[in-house]
Each structure stands twice: as structure tokens, then as C-alpha cells.
Design a protein around this ligand. Structure first.
Ligand code: PBG
Length: 324
């Protein structure tokens, strides 16, 4: 049917009508908030390149967790910055490590808040790579048991979900076997299955002090030119036992999220990463973009592409303003 019978503007006439026919909505319940935990007491340290994001010491987490839960945000993902780093990233799998302590204090304070542990070595190695180095190369198979130990120690501390972000081959299987062997067969794995070697992680590496001191991550993270490869990565992680899939970055890879959504029926999440957050904040600060509109639009685009849930530094803003 054509104009004038067909008038798409009829359903755009006012906000109540637009709301009634809106296909995709945004709500705090769809969002997960990342937290950076640092050593010390009473620390609330701003991250320069991520306006509004704080690095918190463990004693700050109980009140932070309550606030997040009260805002209607269902979960957090934790990143730890240890007191000291070494070549094997031993702080990652220390039973009393920074993230393990953080998990305990959040679960004590707010048992209903879902706590996801990011499983990776990069914040804990003195060279900043996500695995153990040998002759400048990240050794895949030597790294697997260390990742598995990290996941087990997080589950042991009370993590509800473990989320490997290292991109070593075979890590999901290694983590699944280790969890099962230790009695954590009910702990789900959220696999960062399609994770690109991206420039958009820049601000995170400031926040987590995890930039590689030499080289880059192109030898283990995915090449930005590849979309079909993401589907193979996801399929193999599901084969190895992943329960949920995470894709990142989000906005520069919406096409990949859509393709994955069309193929896989598992929970599919996306991470709106630090660089996506910071570039919006920078333009908002200059008055070049309208804050509420672009935050909502950026997140809606990710939901529309097919992501069920989004990890985002804007989670609290969305919850507070009920954007979108
Ligand atoms: C690795 C990890 C990274 C991010 C999440 N987990 C950084 C990297 O791969 O360099 C990036 C998140 C962001 O940019 O917000 N542990």
C-alpha cells in the first residue's frame, strides 16, 4: 500500500504513540556495570580518561554494590589491579587476591547482585600480556592452567559467573574441567568469544594498568577485518562448554553481533568498551553531542543488533535518568 493510504508518520505523532510501537527498549535490568578494584583503604580514585568512573578499594564495595542494586542494575563485572605484578600473573589466582576479596565483600553485602569475575592475566603480569611469555610470544597451553586456577579461585570466593577475556585457544574447556573437578559444575562461563584486537580498549588499559609493555594483542585477539571468524570462535567456545557469549567492542562491530544473533540461540551479550564510552563522554563534554540522547541511542543500537544484555560504564546513568 502506498501514500496517501500509507502514512508512517501517523505512529510518530507523539511520544505515547511512539512508545507503544517501539520495538527495542532500554532498561537498567539489561545492563551490567564494570568495577575496578584497587588495593588500599578508602580509595575512590577517578580514571582520567573515563569521566565518572572510579577505581575503588575493597572497603568501598559494599555501599557501591547496594547503590547499584538499588538502581535496578542486576550485576557487576570485576577487574582487579593487584599490589604487585609478576611474569606469571600470580595475583590473578591468589585465593586472597584483590578480585577474590572484592567478590567476597560484594556477596556478603548484597547477595542478590550477580558478580561476574573477569578471568585474565593482563592486569597481573608485569609485561601486561594476557598469558605467560616465552621469547616474546604468549604461550597458549602454558597459560591455560593459570586461567583455570583463576576461574576456580573466583568461584571459590563466590563469583556467580566467570568470564574469560584472554583469547587463549581452549581456555573455555580448560576452565570448565577445572571448575567441575573442584565442585563448581553449576558455575556458568561467560566467554568473551569474539573479542577483537581493538584500539577502543585504550582507556581501560589506563584504568586497569594493563597495557602490554611491548608488542600488542594481535597475536591472540581477533583481526578487525574478520566477521565470519567470530562465528567460528563462538561455535568452538560453545562446544567447549560456554554458557553465555560476550562480544566486544560493541558499536564498531554491530554487524558481527547481528550475524551471531541470527545463528546462535544462547544468551548473547555485548561490551560497550571503554573507548566507546570515553569518545561519547569527550564529545558530550564539549557540547557537541546531547548526553541523554546519544547514550540511549548507542545502547539501543547494540540491543537492536541482537545483544540481550550490555556491559556498560553508562549503566548507572541509564538507571538514574531512565533514558530511552
Ligand atoms: C582483558 C580485558 C580488556 C577489557 C576487558 N577485559 C582489555 C584488553 O583486552 O586489553 C577491555 C574493556 C574495556 O575497554 O572497557 N582483561
Amino acid at each position: 500500500m502506498a501514500f496517501p493510504t500509507n502514512r508512517p508518520r501517523r505512529l510518530r505523532a507523539n511520544e505515547p504513540l511512539r512508545a507503544l510501537v517501539r520495538e527495542t527498549q532500554l532498561s537498567a535490568a539489561d545492563l551490567i556495570y564494570p568495577l575496578f578494584v584497587v588495593p588500599g583503604q578508602g580509595v575512590r580514585e577517578p580514571v582520567t580518561s573515563m569521566p565518572g568512573v572510579l577505581r575503588l578499594s575493597a572497603d568501598q564495595l559494599a555501599s557501591e554494590a547496594k547503590e547499584i542494586k538499588d538502581l535496578g542494575i542486576p550485576g557487576v563485572i570485576l577487574f582487579g589491579i593487584p599490589e604487585s605484578k609478576d611474569p606469571e600473573g600470580s595475583g590473578a589466582y591468589d585465593e586472597d587476591g584483590i578480585v577474590q576479596r572484592a567478590i567476597r565483600s560484594i556477596k556478603d553485602a548484597v547477595p542478590d547482585l550477580v558478580v561476574i569475575g573477569d578471568v585474565c592475566l593482563c592486569e597481573y603480569t608485569d609485561h601486561g600480556h594476557c598469558g605467560v611469555l616465552s621469547d616474546g610470544d604468549v604461550e597458549n597451553d602454558v597459560t591455560l592452567p593459570l586461567l583455570a586456577e583463576t576461574a576456580v579461585s573466583q568461584a571459590n570466593a563466590g563469583a556467580d559467573i566467570v568470564a574469560p577475556s584472554d583469547m587463549m585457544d581452549g581456555r573455555v574447556g580448560a576452565i570448565r574441567s577445572a571448575l567441575d573437578a573442584e565442585g563448581f559444575e553449576q558455575t556458568p562461563i561467560l566467554s568473551y568469544a569474539s573479542k577483537y584486537a581493538s584500539g577502543f580498549y585504550g582507556p581501560f588499559r589506563d584504568a586497569a594498568e594493563s597495557a602490554p609493555s611491548e608488542g600488542d594483542r594481535r597475536g591472540y585477539q581477533m583481526d578487525p577485518g574478520n566477521a565470519r571468524e567470530a562465528l567460528r570462535e563462538i561455535a568452538s567456545d560453545l562446544d567447549e562448554g560456554a554458557d553465555l557469549i560476550l562480544m566486544k567492542p560493541a558499536m564498531p562491530y554491530l554487524d558481527v553481533i547481528r550475524s551471531a544473533r541470527d545463528v546462535f540461540d544462547v544468551p548473547l551479550w555485548a561490551y560497550q568498551v571503554s573507548g566507546e564510552f570515553s569518545m561519547l563522554c569527550a564529545a558530550i563534554e564539549r557540547g557537541w553531542l546531547d548526553r541523554e540522547r546519544v547514550i540511549a541511542e548507542s545502547l539501543l543500537s547494540i540491543r537492536r543488533a541482537g545483544a540481550d544484555r550490555i556491559i556498560t560504564y553508562f549503566a548507572k546513568d541509564v538507571a538514574r535518568n531512565a533514558l530511552g
